[in-house]
Design a protein around this ligand. Structure first.
Ligand SMILES: Nc1ncnc2c1ncn2[C@@H]1O[C@H](COP(=O)(O)OP(=O)(O)OP(=O)(O)O)[C@@H](O)[C@H]1O
Ligand SMILES: [Mg+2]
Length: 426
């Protein structure tokens, strides 16, 4: 399953947005399975990821444990009325639909299942209904009864390899295996929703490698080897997964970091956050992939908020190309604030969320970015910075440049002196 397009209406800051997403079947692109959402803080990037998760899970979200909270877009402030008095009145939600509609590539639709209408694509839609202070999710535009039954009875089952979806919010913390209680997890949230719950709930912890991989080693040696291979492929060259500590003391995976062997819990925050979510993703891939199928053949959708979280600039340059090649059938939909992530991709991989007076809108840009410098990208419409220098210095330079172009030779000299002074000493 892949998302072909998404239409989002009146969710949080997004008034209306329509995206035609790239997917692994696309031809002629360097990284056809990568979609990156850009935009200022508060533009609605995380909202967009949440909306896509809601749309994909629409048939199974009803009693999944998901509770919408302030998802319906509120009316913009009325000029002249203070925020306080407005709040006291209770800012009304906008009228009109608040929800999401997705068109999915139904590549996993079994030949024996009831046929899908049209081109064999699947349309899923959901809305947030408001009653008093409460919001609730409603699956709308339900397909024909037999198709709906196929979806709910087969596709959304825990073990079904179709409709693989995992989502990672911006707070990524790995649970320690002693504290992990899988039964409590399953009781609170349906397994389908649990895989994306981190996008909606800050306190969701990721599943640690040591809670499942050692058993997997005993049960399915071939798969285990594939997991280790994939983890190492997704890590930078100076870090390798070494071996598991014996049972007894604290069971934990060992990593070889630049020649030193350290347990997972002793790794730096950046490595823990990164290994945490790729480990969790591989857990779900393993649980979902039917035996006999290679893990790298797994297809589905993975949503990652702030994909560059904690990563050094060098790693930011490689993270998406690495993920894209390691799991070529997975459609990645991610957000970032990093020009280095952007420079590793093509313009066709990028979507910009722009905030307008009437809510945020999604735009595509024609400017080429692959191989451009971070400075060029930051000054381009993808980020829209006027200068990458601190404001006062940029202002002084601009003033001197204006004077110099108006034939003031002294200003030209001052301009050069100021530039020389700001050079980073080697
Ligand atoms: N019910 C609502 N109606 C209107 N706006 C809302 C509502 N709930 C939240 N918002 C606003 O929607 C915006 C979107 O938030 P979102 O988390 O999607 O932004 P973001 O682009 O991910 O930002 P960041 O880069 O900081 O993570 C926020 O500015 C928030 O104030
Ligand atoms: Mg966000």
């Amino acid at each position: 399953m892949h998302v072909l397009s998404a239409t989002i209406d009146n969710l949080r800051s997004i008034a209306s947005a329509r995206l035609a997403l790239n997917n692994p079947a696309e031809r002629g692109m360097l990284y056809p399975n990568v979609n990156v959402i850009l935009g200022n803080n508060g533009a609605g990037k995380s909202t967009l990821l949440r909306a896509i998760a809601m749309g994909i899970l629409a048939p199974s979200l009803g009693d999944s444990g998901y509770r919408p909270d302030s998802m319906v877009r509120r009316a913009p402030s009325v000029k002249g009325r203070s925020a306080k008095s407005k709040a006291a009145k209770g800012a009304p939600p906008l009228t009109g639909r608040a929800g999401v509609t997705l068109t999915l590539h139904a590549q996993d639709w079994p030949a024996t299942a009831p046929a899908l209408p049209g081109k064999g694509e699947l349309s899923l839609a959901g809305e947030i209904a408001v009653r008093g202070d409460f919001e609730s999710f409603v699956w709308t535009d339900q397909p024909a009864k037999d198709v709906a039954a196929q979806l709910t009875d087969t596709y959304y089952k825990r073990q079904s390899s179709a409709f693989f979806l995992a989502g990672y919010g911006a707070t990524r913390r790995v649970e320690t295996s002693e504290r992990l209680d899988p039964t409590a997890r399953d009781k609170a949230r349906s397994p389908r929703y649990a895989r994306v719950a981190g996008l909606f709930e800050d306190h969701i912890a990721l599943i640690p490698l040591e809670s499942w991989l050692p058993d997997y080693r005993e049960k399915n040696r071939g798969r285990y080897t594939q997991v280790i291979h994939l983890i190492n492929k997704l890590l930078p060259p100076n870090c390798r997964l070494a071996e598991v500590l014996p049972d007894g003391a604290q069971r934990d995976y060992l990593f070889e970091m630049a020649g030193t062997v350290v347990p997972f819990r002793a790794l730096s925050d950046g490595y823990k956050a990164y290994i945490g979510w790729i480990g969790d993703m591989l857990y779900h891939v393993c649980m979902n992939s039917p035996s006999g199928k290679k893990l790298v053949e797994n297809h589905g959708v993975v949503l990652i908020d702030e994909v560059d979280l904690h990563l050094h600039p060098e790693w930011q340059q490689t993270v998406l190309p690495t993920l894209s090649k390691a799991l070529p059938n997975v459609q990645f939909i991610v957000t970032t604030h990093s020009p280095l992530v952007v420079g590793s991709l093509e313009a066709s991989n990028l979507f910009v969320l722009d905030v307008t007076g009437d809510g945020a809108l999604v735009t595509r840009r024609p400017e080429k970015v692959h191989g451009a410098s971070a400075e060029q990208i930051l000054l381009s419409p993808y980020f829209g910075l006027e200068s990458t220098r601190t404001r006062e210095v940029a202002k002084d330079l601009r003033k001197l440049a204006d004077q110099a172009t108006a034939d003031d030779p002294k200003a030209a000299l001052e301009y050069l002196k100021l530039l020389a002074k700001r050079k980073i000493a080697s």
